[in-house]
Design a protein around this ligand. Sequence first.
Ligand code: CP
Ligand code: NVA
Length: 309
Amino acid sequence: MKHFTDLKDISSKDLRKILIDAKIRKKKRSKLSILKPDNDAPLKDKLLIQMFEKTSLRTRLSFYLAIKQLGGGTITLRSNELHLGKGSESLEDTAKILSTYGDGFMFRTDSDKKVDSFKKHLSIPIINGLSPSSHPTQVLSDVFTVEEIKKKPISDLNITWIGDSNNVLNSLIAASVKFSFKLNIGCPKKYEPKKFILDWARSKNKKIHIFNNAKKAALNADVIFSDKVISLNDKVNKKIKLKHFKDFKIDKNLISYAKKNCIFLHCLPRGSEVEEKVFKSSNSKVWLQALNRVHVQKSILLYCFGKLR
Ligand code: CP
Ligand code: NVA
């Protein structure tokens, strides 16, 4: 059994194995209808328990489909309906019950500490479905999408992030180390990545290129990533923060600094950081990006259950 809580903790070899498996599985099931399990149904009769302390559309649905297509099933809990959420049961006892009834636990939370505590007390694998410090399932899936579209290893490409330094970017930085790709970040000075993630990248001898100028960051990019300026439960003055990002909007002019066939990716939901024209342009691959979460999360589940080929 293995946990999947942060790309930083998983070897490059295992991450690559997950992507290879996802590619094979995606190809094999191209003719199967959405709920039909893969022919080998490797997680037959397994139960994935999902719990959300924050809103979600994609993560919820893609994990539902992922476990179904592996032959298993899922139940989704809302934290405010649990004793734990109401403060009348300990996390330790909750973890014990989750481990008694379920085979895996997918958790979206506002607390990295809770992820660590569950990890300590669960005897089943935990998958981080977004926490303040990372969004690992999203970014691993995004690496898959980039390689699927570009038909080359991500290490051969220039990757740019324009936007806030948030959980998704932390995971992208981790991915840039694990998959050895060049990463440019464009953000206002005040919103540069946190010290803990830059120190970690530095400890791996990785240079992350940070620009306080969006055009410089976008120059020659093969891929431009972005995300909402205001993340879920972001406790900031929204108006002021949005103002700080006014020169970091992804519009046609900014895209013209990237390579001609540059693709635009966004984990969604989106805000005002991307112009409608870019979002709906042929550069934008956001719908395929969302779909691929199903395929990659299947292989993440297999990794966690010790069933990856
Ligand atoms: N990208 C993503 O995680 O979307 P949801 O918040 O809808 O799950
Ligand atoms: N950074 C965003 C990602 C949403 C999927 C957030 O944390 O809200």
